[in-house]
Design a protein around this ligand. Sequence first.
Ligand SMILES: Nc1ncnc2c1ncn2[C@@H]1O[C@H](COP(=O)(O)OP(=O)(O)OP(=O)(O)O)[C@@H](O)[C@H]1O
Ligand SMILES: [Mg+2]
Length: 237
Amino acid sequence: MALNLFKKKKKDHLSTKQRSLISHFVPKSPISEQYRTIRTNIQFAAADTPIKTIAVTSTAPEEGKSTTAANLAVVFAQQEQRVLLIDADLRKPTNHYTFNASNQYGLTNLLTQQGNLEETVQQTVQPRLELLTCGPIPPNPAELLGSKRMQWLLEQASRVYDVIIIDTPPVLAVTDAQVIGNQVDGTVLVTANNTTKIEDGKKAKELMQHASARVLGVVLNKKDRSKGSYYYYYGNK
Ligand SMILES: Nc1ncnc2c1ncn2[C@@H]1O[C@H](COP(=O)(O)OP(=O)(O)OP(=O)(O)O)[C@@H](O)[C@H]1O
Ligand SMILES: [Mg+2]
């Protein structure tokens, strides 16, 4: 995916928050189109076994995992699917900021047996997309994410939602993404143009595969495109 969300455009009055959720606020933009392409690629990645639970990770911090997860969740919801976005980055959660949601209760409450899924998820600006924020930051993220309760929660969510997108911490930093990758149908690996080292990308992929995670593909994020192609709008979606 070749995209740079923050390249300003004339007559562009989007706030930083709106820019982070471009697929919702500017669904006709070329960047939103790129997210739809990723959605299609994910859907085609598995002809026989439909991919319902998808983890999003990257090698290192700040490569665009949360932005990719949020926009992917939006484009799946725009396709009439009921979608749950889970913030499973229990170390540096950000999805509640992106969606202007409260983070008082979230995933960590459910993993410690407080509350139920239905009462804890929050509606978002995007119809059919619900958000399970991180909740209070725990001292033992990997342990919680690897718990039976997490598996049970994913099973429960799979009964209610068509697609579940899970934002995770970076693979090379901590084990959490591997722990999640092992429990989901597929993982998307985000790389940042110019900053992700090829070696690190390969290592991250190996680590995920080692944990029996299925890597569906790699997203090349933050790519600076030539002006012409960036402003090119295609079709009427
Ligand atoms: N395609 C993009 N173009 C330009 N900037 C982007 C793009 N994707 C993400 N960013 C910016 O890069 C920064 C990091 O993005 P994001 O929070 O999505 O990354 P992350 O991998 O989830 O980070 P962390 O490891 O801290 O969780 C943010 O300021 C975000 O706005
Ligand atoms: Mg993040």
